[in-house]
Design a protein around this ligand. Structure first.
Ligand code: ADP
Ligand code: MG
Length: 269
C-alpha cells in the first residue's frame, strides 16, 4: 500500500525564516504518527501545507495518494483537520456544529442525519448533542471537533495539539477515541503534541522536529533508547531538540504561538 502521507524535501519559508526545512517523511496507511518538537519547530506549518492551506516554498508531498500542489481538491476531500485553535462555535449546539461540517464537506443530505448520529455516538456526545457548545468542558469540545473532522470518513486525519489544556481524565478520553477511530475506520492519524506520555502511548512512530528540520524518527521506544539507558520520551525530547520541555515555549520569537496556546488552554479550562 502506498504511504498515506509522503513528503520529499518539503520546505516553507516566511521571508528569512525557514519554518519547514526539506522535510522528507512517509507515514504509512493506518499509522498514528506523532510530530513532536518545541514551539516554533514547524509542526503546524507542516500540517498546513499537507492540508493545502499553505503553499510550499519547495519540495513535494502527497496525501492519500494525491499531490498537494496538483490535486488540492482531491487532498481536501480525503482529509479531516482539527486545528490548534478551537474551531467549534460556542453559540451552536453540538448537533448544529456537526451539521455545519456536513455541509462544508458536501455530505449528501440523505446521509447527514445518520452520519451525525454515528459521530456523536462514537465520540460519546449523544446525551449532550443539543446543548450549546459554550457549556461544554474542554474535553467535550475537543471530542466534538474530532467528530466534526471525521464526519466524512476521511482517510487521513490531522490533529494539531488535540489535548492542549485538558485535564488528565479528559486527555485519556480523547486518546481512547483517537485509538477507536483508527481501529474502527483504519484512519491514518498525524497528530502533534507537547505531552510526551501521550505520544508514547498513542503513536506507533514519532518524529522530532527542531528549527524546521526532522532530527529524529522512530518508535517512542527506539528514540527513548537513543537518548540513553533507562530514558523516556521526555528525555529524548531534550536530547534531540536541545531544549527542556519547560523551556520549549521560551525560545526567542515564539511569543505569538505561546500566547495562542495559553489562550487556548485558558478557554479549555
Ligand atoms: N504566517 C506566518 N508568518 C510568519 N512566520 C510564521 C507564520 N506561521 C508560522 N511562522 C513561524 O514559523 C515557525 C514555525 O511555526 P509553527 O509551524 O507554528 O511551529 P509549531 O507548530 O511547531 O509550534 C515559527 O518561528 C513561527 O513564528
Ligand atoms: Mg503549532
Amino acid at each position: 500500500m502506498p504511504p498515506a502521507i509522503s513528503t520529499h524535501e518539503l520546505t516553507r519559508r516566511f521571508d528569512a525564516l525557514t519554518a519547514v526545512d526539506a522535510l522528507t517523511l512517509d507515514v504509512q496507511t493506518g499509522e498514528v504518527f506523532g510530530l513532536l518538537g518545541p514551539n516554533g519547530a514547524g509542526k503546524t506549518t507542516t500540517i498546513k501545507m499537507l492540508i493545502t492551506l499553505l503553499p510550499p516554498s519547495g519540495g513535494t508531498a502527497s496525501v492519500a495518494g494525491h499531490d498537494i500542489r496538483r490535486e488540492p481538491r482531491l487532498v481536501r476531500r480525503s482529509i479531516g483537520y482539527v486545528p490548534q485553535l478551537l474551531s467549534s462555535d460556542g453559540a451552536l449546539s453540538a448537533r448544529e456544529n456537526l451539521m455545519t461540517s456536513a455541509r462544508l464537506y458536501h455530505l449528501p443530505g440523505a446521509d447527514r442525519r445518520a452520519r451525525i448520529g454515528e459521530a456523536l455516538e462514537f465520540m460519546g456526545l449523544e446525551s449532550s448533542a443539543d446543548r450549546l457548545v459554550r457549556t461544554f468542558s474542554g474535553g467535550m469540545i475537543r471530542r466534538l471537533e474530532i467528530a466534526q473532522a471525521m464526519l466524512h470518513r476521511p482517510e487521513v486525519l490531522f490533529l494539531d495539539e488535540p489535548t492542549v489544556g485538558l485535564d488528565p481524565t479528559a486527555r485519556r478520553a480523547v486518546w481512547g477515541h483517537i485509538r477507536g477511530l483508527r481501529q474502527a475506520e483504519g484512519t491514518t492519524i498525524l497528530l502533534t503534541t507537547h505531552y510526551m506520555d501521550e505520544a508514547a502511548e498513542l503513536c506507533g512512530r514519532v518524529g522530532f522536529m527542531h528549527l524546521g528540520k526532522l532530527v529524529a524518527l522512530g518508535t517512542p521506544a527506539e528514540l527513548s533508547a537513543q537518548a540513553g539507558p533507562g530514558k523516556n520520551l521526555d528525555d529524548a525530547f531534550s536530547y534531540f531538540t536541545g531544549s527542556g520541555l519547560s523551556e520549549a515555549g521560551e525560545q526567542g520569537g515564539q511569543y505569538r504561538d505561546v500566547a495562542r496556546t495559553r489562550r487556548t488552554a485558558r478557554r479549555l479550562g
